[in-house]
Write a protein that binds this ligand. Structure first.
Ligand code: SF4
Ligand code: SF4
Length: 130
């Protein structure tokens, strides 16, 4: 299924896909509703990647019409934590308190909430009238 084994929690992400194949992230739920697997997962060579970040024009074209491709990509990258490292801690997997403190502890959660609000407003701007 995946070409890479999941690295330890807090290590650089290797695109193994274990997190996104197991369950949707919050941004996926907000964007697509419940769906398994997440509709945004894409295969990029031997790794998995997030289509909201890598291919927003194909993955969320309606949203891109509102926010533009670059803003959609950047907001998605911030909201899914792209580049932070592996934030998926599987059952029984050891903690990594230093990474959690230094990387997750420095995240701007208020900014995250504002970006979620922006994302949701853009989704509603494109929602069909009922
Ligand atoms: S965050 Fe972790 S589990 Fe998810 S794709 Fe990256 S390495 Fe795999
Ligand atoms: S990070 Fe992207 S591919 Fe993974 S669950 Fe979230 S929206 Fe889907």
């Amino acid at each position: 299924m995946t070409d890479n084994n999941k690295p330890p929690y807090g290590s650089p992400c290797n695109g193994c896909g274990a997190c996104c194949l197991a369950e949707q992230c919050y941004l996926s739920l907000v964007t697509f509703g419940q769906s398994h697997p997440c509709p945004a997962i894409i295969r990029d060579g031997g790794r998995f990647a997030c289509g909201l970040v890598e291919r927003p024009d194909e993955t969320v074209p309606d949203l891109v019409r509102v926010l533009g491709s670059d803003v959609t990509r950047r907001v998605a990258a911030l909201l899914v934590g792209a580049g932070l490292g592996c934030d998926s801690r599987m059952e029984g997997e050891p903690d990594n308190p230093e990474w959690r403190r230094t990387v997750l502890g420095e995240l701007d959660w208020e900014m995250g909430q504002r970006l979620i609000n922006l994302w949701v407003a853009a989704l509603w701007a494109e929602a069909p009238e009922t």
